[in-house]
Design a protein around this ligand. Sequence first.
Ligand code: ADP
Ligand code: MG
Length: 327
Amino acid sequence: MEPLVKIDSLKKYYRIEKGLIKKKTINVKAVDNVDLEILRGETFGLVGESGSGKTTVARLLLNFTGPTENTIYFDGVDIFNCSSSELSQLRKRIGVVFQDPAASLNPRSTIYDTLRRPLEVNNVDKSEIDSIINEIIGQVNLGKELLSRYPHQLSGGQQQRVSVARAIILKPDFLVLDEPTSALDISVQAQVLNLLLDIQKKYKMTYLFISHNLSVVRYISDRIGVMYLGKIVEIGSVDQIYKNTLHPYTVGLLTSEPALSPRERDRNKLILEGEAPSMMVDIKGCNLANRCPFKQDICDIDEPKLIEVEKGHKAACHFAGELEFKY
Ligand code: ADP
Ligand code: MG
């Protein structure tokens, strides 16, 4: 079967003016030649440090911004070259939850009004609106008494449940979740993750789940893509990524997180030296070369392509499959 989402050599460069007197225009390569497919019914986790381009991928998928080059297909439709009626159909099929619930809910609208709006905009029959809202608020495990309240009267976890309710109220088949639990207390994070898992099962939805936190992504995803400086550096199933890690960047990300189990506590860390280079410089070879302990001469010369090392498991490293990591 065709994947639900097909991202095809996608590029999004932002042009920035630098310098006060001699103005120079510089490209920030927020998304640089990204290829990926999201399969129907799966949760695809997109992970990487802050600034790696994850939110830009999400904003492109939602058609909030256009690409510099190439495109995205949703269920076979080219989302940047389709008719306005196709686009409004697509909008109904794609829901979104952002990181900060307080910022994404209107402070002057009650929860009831927040949930009613998408139904009204999409001409849902007035007689059905209340029953849909009551069903959805139960679905996200909130009491009906919250419907008359305003966002500031809710806890962060409750606010994010409202955001989830709003995102699924038109029964989309695809949800973009951009760091949906990152602003929440640890104890509440797990509840919201479990809610998202329940909803996915019940409505058979496909998820793009974005996070800078590998353990969160591991918990919820079927497959994972690791991003670094606008590029996918490794992609594979959760087991492939964790048990047979191919890219030094992924190992660095994995071992820099606090250990969850005692067994993991004395694992070796792979330290990536220094800092990520600025997005504004053009790098000739591998983006990770200046930080990678395995660097060879070729890494400064040739850009590594994503190559398949085992079925469904790809990495963009000249030595993918040859390096031994102890972690
Ligand atoms: P992430 O979500 O992984 O933290 P983003 O997609 O937000 O990363 O950002 C990727 C890069 O693109 C960053 O260097 C960021 O500064 C830059 N960027 C994002 N949005 C804009 C914009 N509107 N204008 C200029 N640069 C941007
Ligand atoms: Mg982001």
